[in-house]
Design a protein around this ligand. Sequence first.
Ligand SMILES: O=C(O)c1cc(C(=O)O)c2c(n1)C(=O)C(=O)c1cc(C(=O)O)[nH]c1-2
Length: 251
Amino acid sequence: MTALPLSREAFEARLRQIGAERYHDRHPFHHRLHGGDCTPDEVRAWVVNRYYYQSRIPMKDAAFMSRVEDPALRRAWRSRIEDHDGADGREGGIARWLKLAEAVGLDPAYVASARGVMPATRFAVDAYVRFVREKTLLEAVASSLTELFAPRIHAERIEGLLRHYAFADDISMSYFRKRLDEAPKDVAFGLAWVLDHADTAEKQDAAAAALEFKTDVLWAQLDALWHGYVAPARIPPGAWRPGEGLRAQAA
Ligand SMILES: O=C(O)c1cc(C(=O)O)c2c(n1)C(=O)C(=O)c1cc(C(=O)O)[nH]c1-2
C-alpha cells in the first residue's frame, strides 16, 4: 500500500521541525561567535571560510536555473543571483561580505581568492552545488529552504556582533541586514513551490531529505571551523593561518 501524502500544513510543519532540530543556529560555534567568545582569529577564520559558501550560492542558483524549462520559475529565481553578485551599479552580497572581511582586518583580495578555505568547507559547499545540479528540481528547491530559519540567525548575529565586537558597525553588518530584506521573499516563494510540488509521500520524503542534507552542509562547515581554529586548533594543511592574508594596516 502506498503511503498517503501529509496535508500541506502537516508537511510544512515537518519541514519546520527539521530546522528546529538541525539548523546551524544550534551549533556551538555560532553560540561562541554570537556570545562574544570568539578570538579575533576565530572570527577571521569564519569570515574566510564562510566566504566560500557565499561565493558558491550564485553558482548553485545559476546551475539550478540552467535546468529549469519554465520561464516563470527562472524569472522568480534570478534575483537570487543578482542579490549576491549585484546588478546595474547596485552592490551585491559578495561585495558586502568583503566589507566584513576588511572590518575584521583581512585583505578582501585574499579572502576573494579563497586560498585559505579549509578542505572540509570546500567539500561541504561543493557538495551543495553538485546536489542542486544533479537532483530533481524539487530536491534542489527544498535544499534552499534552510533560509526559512536564516532571518532568526541573522538578527541574532547582528545583535550579538554589535554588542561584543569592536569591528561590528553598520558597514560590516550590512550583509546580514540586507539578507533580512532579501531572504523572506525567496523563502516564501521556495516554500510555496515545494508545498505545491511535493504532492506524493515519496516526493515529500525526498524534499525533507534534501532539507536535512542542507542542514548537514551548514553544520559540517562549523564542525570544521571548530576543529581547525578553536583551541586546541588543528589547522589543516593549506588552510588560512593566523597572520596570513591581513590587510596592510592590521598586519
Ligand atoms: O548566515 C546564515 O546562517 C545563512 C544561512 C543560509 C542557509 O540557511 O543556507 C544562507 C545564508 N545565510 C545567506 O546569507 C544566503 O544568502 C543564503 C542563500 C542560501 C541558499 O541556500 O540558497 N542559503 C543562505
